[in-house]
Design a protein around this ligand. Structure first.
Ligand SMILES: *Cc1c(COP(=O)(O)O)cnc(C)c1O
Length: 827
């Protein structure tokens, strides 16, 4: 459905802007700051979208539309204003209106604090999915947590990462509406009791030790140039009003207030989740809190629409973004059994048919487990339900396992190894009708390895859904130069809503004029980014050098240290051979390390230490620069991806579930140097092997190496280039003579290293030589770049969402017709 009635004039925009500046911000222009102008403009845009939002909710309610509920502990949304302008199709008129007021739209956009409610890929995927569902008119709600502090802000001090709290809500958030009337109560602790009913059956009552209230905050999610405005609903915890009134009356004012503070701490801060994770009580509380809030909200919606609870799975398709919300399976059972007296078998049928589970990791240490004691104390009724689910499940599978106790033990929801644990992935598999991985290789490894026991029982539950990213934010919005060029070349803008249209660019692959223009767009993006880099790091870089970029969370499996070892080797080569012919390169890194992850933080320090030395060396500084851009987030990503020539996707094969950064780079015309891991494999298939720089051991070879005993020392001894690079670090050359500073890192690489950096070093080095050769053939490189963009259509999240809708959710689009608001009848 094409969007209705947004033929705005600049006069209307300006009038609304001034009205909002006065009426909402309460400022007159002489007193207003740039931030006030950002707020006034945001409210102006909000006014444009409210009719769509209300109209969408009204139409879904009236039609009882089947709805996707996407449950995710993280939503890494990025700034809203610019994307809302794009989706409404009003960027140009608003830019012009602001210009007429003497304001620069781009400067106002910079005022928006980024809602960083996620760690990295998983949270960003949830955000891309909401965007695609709105673009495709799929009725959907995103449910999550309104963290007061999102992912920390990273600053670099003396080369080290230092974390600062992210106070994104401090100056107010114009994009959310609080809905206190839909608050729900959440129980914790206490005990359960059994009550006999008249018919002789038992019911269970959970008497909680304490409670909190969940309050929903709604943010509109606009579709691209249609009338759809879906909802992201994030829950905040507060103390119940009546809570500890007794204590208050007893005069224990401070005791009562303390409990209030404890309630409100629940949604205070996002956990940085890819560090070593221990059984953190607060995190389990967060998970149960947002899941119970969300399910109770869905039950409220069912009641409004007068749908019987036995039809829950027909009204809602609930997707679990990893195991963080997997406790929803036990919670829906509890709500149906205890609060609505639905019999077990019906409740279980409804539950299993409601949930789909997306697995996101192949690292065994990242599979969530909760100590039974902790679980029992915090959620006693849910523990009982999980035992009951487990008993019935094991009862069923035991004969099929031919009473193989090992296999039964592996399937059990309770792990007995190293203290009794609740295994969330097992719960998710048993309680869902669909299980998916996020790239073809990842799904195959789930079936053969991580979830092999479940695959044996339920092969039909498994499917692959290769991730995607939204082309609105990650091409149309972040790369206007390339977007204009694409639209001019293929004659329309349909690619923004149908990325397969990019294929039509292939006609230009041998047009040398066009390839020069293509190169110029990239060159200008690099120039713009170089200015930002200089502002933020004081390092000047040459836009005509190759921008070789690795931006993502810092983690051993992603192997930023493989990249830095190559840089050191290159540096040594440039030093020892002044005639070495090499196209100048700028190595750009960005990414956060989990605050408790020692080796990841040491990798950041090493990158900055190497940068410090090589950027100053007169012998190399014209050929080699290394820059670490602090605080990688969505906004910084929007600057970086369009400016990259080379995309570093060098994880140990079999460790990266999919990757999505790899897709953003390819769409924006960067070539990939990468291993056969995650979605890299499918990117290579799409763009053609001649347009991809492949190196390294395959997942199978990695497994074989591991089985036969990986001995990094051998590689070190046999490869002089590798040895000299490692020894240069160990000599204290990058640490002012301190030979101990990087010892934990070098010892890890030399003596254990499950991620086998040394095993791939030689192949990586050789592949980088290929990259250098290719870049020096300018037409060849530009052609490869163009073909990467032209063939990246598969990696639109629209394609991914279409597959979820068809195979898992069975949901159809609902077009929004948007009647004028004054035609609504009051109840
Ligand atoms: C895309 C994205 C990621 C994921 O990057 P990978 O390279 O797939 O790990 C992480 N953080 C941000 C801010 C992103 O935009």
């Amino acid at each position: 459905m094409a969007q209705t009635n947004l033929q705005l004039t600049t006069e209307e925009v300006k009038r609304s802007f001034f009205r909002n500046l006065a009426n909402v911000q309460g400022k007159f222009p002489a007193l207003a700051s740039t931030f006030d102008y950002y707020m006034a403009l945001s409210y102006t845009v909000r006014d444009m979208l409210m009719a769509r939002w209300v109209g969408t909710a009204s139409e879904y309610t009236e039609k009882h539309s089947r709805t996707v509920a996407y449950l995710s502990a993280e939503f890494l949304m990025g700034p809203h204003l610019a994307l809302n302008l794009l989706n409404l199709g009003v960027t140009d008129v608003v830019r012009k209106a602001m210009l007429e007021l003497g304001l620069n739209l781009d400067e106002l956009l910079l005022e928006e604090p980024e809602p960083g409610l996620g760690n990295g890929g998983l949270g960003r995927l949830a955000a891309c999915f909401l965007d695609s569902m709105a673009a495709m008119e799929i009725p959907s709600i995103g449910y999550g947590i309104r963290y007061e502090f999102g992912i920390f802000e990273q600053v670099i001090i003396d080369g080290w990462q230092v974390e600062k709290t992210d106070k994104w809500l401090l100056k107010g958030n114009p994009w959310e509406i609080v809905r206190p009337e839909w608050a729900v109560d959440i129980k914790f602790g206490g005990y359960t009791e059994r009550l006999e009913k008249e018919n002789g059956e038992f019911s269970v009552r959970w008497v909680p030790g304490w409670q909190v209230k969940g309050i929903p905050y709604d943010t509109p999610i606009l579709g691209y140039k249609n009338n759809t405005a879906n909802t992201l609903r994030l829950w905040q915890s507060v103390a119940p009003e009546s809570f500890n009134f007794g204590r208050f009356n007893e005069g224990d004012y401070y005791g009562a207030v303390e409990e209030k503070v404890a309630s409100e701490n629940l949604t205070k801060v996002l956990y940085p989740n890819d560090g070593p994770l221990q059984g953190k009580q607060l995190r389990l509380q967060q998970q149960y809190f947002f899941v119970s809030c969300s399910l109770q909200d869905m039950l409220r919606i069912m009641k409004v629409q007068r749908v019987g609870l036995e039809h829950f799975h027909e009204k809602f398709a609930v997707q679990l973004n990893d195991t963080h919300p997997a406790i929803a399976i036990a919670e829906l059972m509890r709500l149906l059994l205890d609060e609505h007296e639905v019999p077990w078998d019906i409740a279980w049928h409804v539950t299993q048919n409601t949930f789909g589970y997306t697995n996101h990791t192949l690292l065994p240490e990242a599979l969530e487990c909760w100590p039974v004691d902790l679980f029992q104390n915090l959620l006693p009724r849910l523990m009982e339900i999980i035992y009951e689910i487990n008993d019935r499940f094991l009862e069923r599978v035991r004969p099929q396992c031919l009473y193989d106790t090992e296999q039964v033990a592996r399937l059990s929801l309770i792990g007995e190894w190293g203290g009794r644990q609740v295994r969330m992935a097992n719960l998710a598999c048993v309680g869902s009708h669909a299980i998916n991985g996020v790239a073809a290789l990842h799904t195959e490894l789930l079936k053969s390895d991580v979830l092999a026991d479940f695959y044996r029982f339920w092969p039909e539950k498994f499917s692959n859904k290769t991730n995607g990213v939204t082309p609105r934010r990650w091409l149309a919005l972040c790369n206007p130069r390339l977007s204009r060029l694409i639209s001019d070349a293929i004659g329309d803008e349909r690619w923004i809503g149908d990325l397969s249209q990019l294929k039509r660019l292939e006609d230009k692959a041998d047009d040398s004029n066009f390839l020069e223009i293509w190169h110029d767009a990239k060159r200008l993006n690099k120039h713009d980014f170089a200015l930002k880099l200089y502002e933020r790091t004081m390092v000047g870089v040459d836009p005509d050098s190759i921008f070789d970029v690795q931006v993502k969370r810092i983690h051993e499996y992603k192997r930023q240290h493989l990249n830095i070892l190559y840089i050191i080797a290159l540096y040594q080569r440039l030093k020892s051979d002044p005639h070495f012919d090499y196209h100048p390169r700028t190595f750009i890194f960005a990414g956060k390390a989990a605050p408790g992850y020692h080796l990841a933080k040491l990798i950041i320090k090493l990158i900055n230490s190497v940068a410090h030395v090589v950027n100053r060396d007169p012998a190399t500084k014209d050929f080699l620069k290394v820059v670490f851009l602090p605080n990688f987030n969505v906004s910084n990503g929007q600057l970086i991806y369009p400016a990259a020539d080379l995309s570093e996707q060098i994880s140990t094969a079999g460790k990266e579930a999919s990757g999505t950064g790899n897709m953003k780079f390819a769409m924006n015309g960067a070539l990939t140097i990468g291993t056969l891991d995650g979605a890299n494999i499918e990117i290579r298939e799409e763009v053609g092997e001649e347009n991809f720089f492949l190196f390294g051991n395959t997942a199978e070879q990695v497994q074989r190496l591991k089985d036969s005993g990986y001995t990094p020392r051998d590689y070190y001894q046999n490869d002089i280039i590798l040895r000299e690079a490692v020894d240069l670090i160990r000599s204290g050359f990058f640490s002012h003579g301190d030979v101990g500073l990087f010892r934990d890192l070098t010892d890890n690489l030399l003596f254990s290293d499950p991620f086998m950096v040394f095993a791939d070093f030689n192949a990586y080095y050789a592949c980088q030589v290929e990259v250098d050769l290719a870049y020096r053939d300018r037409m060849r490189w530009n052609r490869m770049s163009l073909l990467n963009t032209a063939r990246s259509g598969k990696f639109s999240a629209d394609r991914t969402i279409a597959e979820y809708c068809r195979d898992i959710w069975k949901v159809e689009p609902v077009s929004i017709h948007m009647p004028p608001l004054d035609t609504f009848k009051l109840r």
